[in-house]
Design a protein around this ligand. Structure first.
Ligand code: 4GP
Length: 839
């Protein structure tokens, strides 16, 4: 046989053997077998991680047949496939989710328990692949789950960062970052496929030449060539045979040695090239930092985009499908602008590497690509300095210039004599230093552009992408985000899942609209009692965890008020803090004042270079130190900052909330998805009319949602007429007392400098209008406190919130993408008959 070539093989899958059987006994045997043969350990020296690995391999074995059969079915049928390109995938731990999807969670638990091990501890052992910052990376993960669960042929393409999002520790109230070594003990879920490696060019220059048919062509002579090695992870759909693939690219040197240099004795230079290539996929960039000058980041983007597009082409070539049909076989979704270079790279591959003419290549490109925008913050829109861009991607720049020249002609035809429009829309920002505008490139090169919540999509049309909307209104649509109920209800909240299923069956797990059936039980006092008991038990668990990790005693019957998300000024964690201090001031003024006991819980990471966000973390912890230890408070208020918020941890937090804080300034949060996860698990929301809050409120009913704050038009209006935060400070004594307590060192042992940057920003700038929204927020919080006193009433609202969250399943979002943008249909995967070994 020829290495790296498939050999003719006979199906040799065996009936119910140690690699496929699902009974408790078989699972036990398989687990022990893997401990011995894969981990290479006797039980007496096995570590917790060895046990975790043995269990993970036991589970992986059981999904391989689905995985391989899915790939084979899709290839065989030549189906149209979604390629979801994302620089971030925040998958969360795989083990528990795969057990749920396979439907053997209880069997595995029993097997492990009967072997005398702690099943939950094994689940906790998994290091999650934190290959994303937050929102858009977690959304990508939910979408992979839904696509697999809905039998949509799909593949996720991304980067296998060696170090994902940093680990967060808190020392003296400050965030301390350390590297995330998620691969340290091995990753049982991935299979590397070096035989499908591809090469990516970087740097260098271009040349013209005439090909054998007398056509003028361009060739790129790169300075450097990097290899992309694919690592595949199966994504098993929930209770279906479909298991799709997440294919992450890892960079490696094209040649392990530069032999010329080596032979001349320059060993160091020979190896250097190797290390440069391999740093490419070393680390995930934290967001919320200016992307400027980050050469490595642009290199990461072209690297994974080029690998992925080449991979798709190879898939077609292997099937004998001409590349002129690329857009018929692949719908490529750009998850924000990180993969937007795909516009130029697809053009380049089609033209330079495969000899397709410009017009055909351009038609294929536009029909293939579609673009999702995830942020309205102007500072987050990616653009690359011309110097960096032309050095790294000389050929792409030529292509972008040509696209731009045709595009600008188009605008001139539709909007004659409008130079301002031309310069606003150009792919190149020419004001001052020149930049390539990635969002513009994505808009021009895609056939569809969408926002991620109704309000966000409207604001894109009115504001950030207005010119593009005026040019191509037909490209725009909204696709409100959704989240997977498998991970965020079934896996993370088994108690509530069992209660719901006992009343309405388990159909809701795939058809989340079925949760509506719970409304029939709202007036059932027993049901409400069970609902409350479950919430209390979950809060008790979180309280135990808080005691272990933070050493703080919290009362599980108090109102758990949680804000968990990235720390950012627009998300306004500090508004939450202003509320805490308001309550604290009321107690200090009158220790006997009535206060509904509350536990304020925060979780989230701040970008390492974002000073203000880090100062907000410090403020939360400092306020906690004072409030938690003041005898006047009598434990009625507690403030807890939970460190190292990640997916694993989020699964513990969402179910425990009574109140979910979604308090961004209206017009700033594209959608939010945490808001959905909390609400599904029966928490009530206090929120502004921002992002998907608007739609959540529409679904659950205005009377079941705590609304406060300015609306987006009011925000615009206030800013237009000149916002003066100081005026609010001066005219509101409660607010003044809160700010004064911070400013005068009330939470910094008298140090008036520490929080000064925050205080002066609020008083003199306040871009996110905390002071304008303060009173409305406090009044609303007072209503929350009042409502919580009536536990029967609160429980009704809690049930109704869960019951009405059907719309926010990522299954619904994916169906909309499939129907309106991708035109991809489900494909049923049939598992072949087992064949007895040796027969
Ligand atoms: C986030 C948005 O901030 C969040 O509102 C949205 O729910 C999420 O994307 C998914 O659409 N944006 C990012 C980012 O994560 O890096 O811009």
């Amino acid at each position: 046989t020829v290495p790296n070539q498939p050999i003719e093989c006979v199906p040799t899958v065996v009936v119910e053997d140690d690699r496929t059987g699902l009974s408790v006994e078989t699972l036990k045997r398989a687990f022990q077998d893997n401990l011995f043969y894969i981990q290479g350990k006797f039980a007496n020296i096995a570590t917790q991680n060895d046990y975790y690995m043995a269990l993970a391999y036991t589970v992986r074995d059981r999904l391989l047949r689905r995985w391989l059969t899915t790939a084979e079915t899709h290839t065989h049928q030549g189906v149209r496939t979604v390629a979801y390109l994302s620089a971030e995938f925040l998958m969360g731990p795989h083990l528990g989710n795969n057990l749920i999807s396979l439907g053997i969670y209880d069997e595995a638990k029993q097997a492990i328990t009967e072997l005398g091990l702690d099943f939950d501890a094994l689940l906790q052992q998994e290091e999650e692949p934190g290959l994303g910052n937050g929102g858009l990376g977690r959304l990508a993960a939910c979408y992979l789950d839904s696509m697999a669960s809905l039998d949509i042929p799909s593949i996720g393409y991304g980067i296998r960062y060696e170090f994902g999002i940093f680990d967060q520790d808190i020392r003296d109230g400050w965030q301390i970052e350390s590297t995330d070594k998620w691969l340290r003990y091995g990753n049982p879920w991935e299979i590397s496929r070096p035989e499908w490696a591809v090469e990516v060019k970087l740097g260098g220059h271009t040349e013209r030449y005439t090909d054998e048919n007398g056509r003028n062509r361009t060739r790129w002579i790169p300075h450097e060539v990097v290899m992309g090695i694919p690592y595949d992870t199966p994504i098993l759909g929930y209770k279906t045979n479909t298991a799709t693939t997440l294919r992450l690219w890892s960079a490696a040197a094209a040649e392990s040695f530069d032999f010329a240099a080596f032979n001349s004795g320059d060993y160091f230079r020979a190896v250097q090239q190797k290390t440069v290539s391999e740093t490419l996929t070393k680390v995930l960039y934290p967001n919320d930092e200016s992307a400027q000058g980050k050469k490595l980041r642009l290199a990461q983007q072209i690297f994974f985009v080029s690998c992925s597009l080449q991979d798709m082409m190879l898939i077609l070539i292997r099937q004998g499908i001409p590349l002129e049909q690329f857009h018929e076989k692949f719908a490529v979704q750009l998850n924000d602008t990180h993969p937007a270079i795909a516009v130029a790279e697809l053009m380049r591959l089609l033209m330079d590497e495969h000899g397709i003419e410009w017009d055909t290549a351009w038609r294929i490109t536009q029909k293939t690509l579609s673009y999702t925008n995830h942020t309205l913050l102007p500072e987050a829109l990616e653009r690359w300095g011309m110097g960096l861009f032309s050095t790294l991607l000389p050929r792409h720049l030529e292509i972008i210039y040509e696209i731009n020249s045709q595009f600008l002609d188009d605008i001139r035809r539709k909007f004659p004599n409008d130079d301002a429009r031309l310069s606003r829309m150009s792919l190149i920002d020419e004001a001052g230093e020149r930049y390539v505008r990635m969002a513009h490139l994505a808009c021009v090169g895609s056939h569809a552009i969408n926002g991620v919540a109704a309000l966000h999509s409207e604001l894109l049309k009115q504001d950030v992408l207005r010119d593009f909307y005026e040019l191509y209104p037909e490209k725009f649509s909204n696709k409100t985000n959704g989240v997977t109920p498998r991970r965020f209800m079934v896996l993370s909240n088994p108690r509530l899942t069992n209660l719901i299923t006992s009343k309405i069956g388990d159909g809701w797990i795939k058809h989340l609209d079925d949760l509506r059936k719970l409304e029939a039980f709202v007036e059932d006092a027993d049901f409400r009692q069970q609902w409350r008991d479950i919430k209390l038990a979950i809060k008790q668990d979180l309280a135990t965890y808080i005691k272990q990790v933070n050493g703080i005693d919290v009362d599980p019957t108090s109102l758990f008020d949680i804000q968990a998300k990235r720390i950012h000024e627009y998300k306004r964690q500090h508004l939450d803090v202003l509320h805490i201090i308001t309550l604290y001031n009321r107690i200090k003024a009158n220790p006997d004042v009535h206060i509904t006991p509350r536990t304020f819980i925060f979780g989230g990471k701040a970008a390492p270079g974002y000073f203000m966000a880090k100062l907000i973390i410090k403020l939360i912890n400092s306020v906690g130190d004072v409030v938690n230890n003041d005898p006047d408070v009598r434990d009625r208020l507690k403030v807890v900052f939970l460190k190292d918020y990640n997916v694993k941890f989020a699964q513990r937090v969402y179910p425990a909330a009574d109140l979910s804080e979604q308090i961004s300034l209206a017009g700033k949060e594209a959608s939010g998805t945490g808001n959905m996860k909390f609400s599904m698990n029966g928490s009530l929301t206090i929120g502004t009319l921002d992002g998907a809050n608007v739609e959540i409120r529409d679904e659950v009913g205005a009377e079941n949602f705590f609304l406060f704050g300015l609306t987006t038009p009011e925000v615009y209006e206030l800013k237009a007429k000149g916002y003066n935060p100081y005026h609010y400070y001066e005219s509101n004594p409660a607010l003044k007392a809160v700010i004064d307590r911070i400013a005068s060192g009330g939470f910094s042992n008298g140090d008036t400098n520490l929080f000064n940057p925050l205080v002066s920003t609020l008083l003199y700038k306040d871009d996110y209008l905390l002071l304008a929204d303060y009173q409305s927020y406090i009044d609303c919080q007072d209503r929350v406190s009042q409502t919580y006193l009536d536990q029967e009433y609160w429980t009704r609202l809690s049930i109704l919130n869960s019951a009405r969250m059907g719309k926010f399943s990522s299954d619904r979002s994916i169906r909309e993408y499939c129907e309106d943008i991708w035109y991809v249909k489900p494909v049923a995967v049939e598992l072949k008959e087992y064949v007895q070994a040796g027969t």
